[in-house]
Design a protein around this ligand. Structure first.
Ligand SMILES: [Cu+2]
Length: 279
């Protein structure tokens, strides 16, 4: 297809307009707990940790923008003011103590300014507060299993559901948690290394065979939150989504009662069969 210059211009203009419209609506079209088309920002935060991650990201973005523009300004000044034509007789200055101290000290102070909130965030993520409940997520080729040792010791599998929306994120059995409760997530792998990640919660932790890793989240909003296995784990790596439903305390209690019955007879249910053997 050949385009005249005018047509090309019109096309490019259309693309640019589309881009601006998309950028403007980027935040508006983002749905809580799941990705949105053309999204270029972090997902909306649903936990204190993710709120912190978002703040830290924005803080660094501002900082790096200011630094980049400053360095660009210096470069442009050097190119314009000190080229051979506009500055034929160069200065013979080689040292300037004040400037040398300043360009050593100021970057150090900037790095300290980054380090303080960075370590605060790291400790917030790694220091697990007293948990209200624990859920064990086991990564398997290629689905997740969730065990609720504190709520009746049931375990169930969570597989991607082809017919569910959002596409490639919906599952048959969602992980259900109560809102505003500290949930400790323990992860392990049954076969190879997987990784348990939910962007809106600000968590991502490897699920390694033979090891038990742990992280935590406290969802402050109810609704559906989606994540994906984030460690390349084989041919269906892209098809083992994580779906977390955050509900009220009462809804959680009634779900637990139902789940205990529903999953008691799940074949391969480690907890149930262990309990059965013990009786
Ligand atoms: Cu995986």
């Amino acid at each position: 297809m050949k385009l005249s210059k005018g047509q090309m211009g019109a096309r490019l203009l259309g693309l640019a307009e589309g881009g601006v419209a998309l950028a403007a609506s980027g935040a508006a079209s983002a749905e809580l707990g799941q990705p949105a088309p053309w999204e270029y920002r972090l997902q909306e935060a649903a936990t204190p940790v993710m709120e912190n991650v978002t703040w830290f990201h924005n803080f660094l973005l501002v900082l790096i923008t200011v630094i980049t523009l400053f360095v660009l300004g210096l470069l442009v000044a050097v190119v314009i003011k000190f080229n051979a034509r506009s500055n034929p007789i160069p200065s013979r200055t080689t040292h300037n103590t004040l400037i040398e101290v300043a360009w050593t000290l100021i970057p150090v102070l900037i790095l300290v300014g980054i380090a303080v909130p960075s370590f605060r965030l790291l400790f917030l993520e790694l220091d697990i507060p007293k948990a209200d409940l624990t859920i064990k997520a086991t990564g398997k080729q290629w689905y997740w299993s969730y065990a609720y040792p504190d709520n009746g010791k049931f375990e169930f599998d969570s597989l991607m559901a082809q017919d569910k929306q959002p596409r490639l994120l919906g599952v048959d059995n969602e992980m259900v948690v109560p809102v505003n409760k500290v949930v400790r997530v323990q992860t392990t792998g049954a076969d190879v290394i997987h990784s348990f990640a939910v962007p809106a919660f600000g968590i991502k932790i490897d699920a390694i065979p033979g090891r038990l890793n742990e992280t935590w989240f406290k969802a402050t909003k109810t609704g559906m939150f989606y994540g994906q296995c984030s460690e390349l784990c084989g041919k269906d790596h892209a098809f083992m989504p994580i779906a977390v439903r955050v509900v009220s305390d009462q809804e959680f209690a009634s779900w637990v009662e139902e789940a205990k019955k529903k999953y008691a007879s799940t074949p391969g249910n480690a907890y149930a069969s262990a309990a059965g053997a013990a009786q």
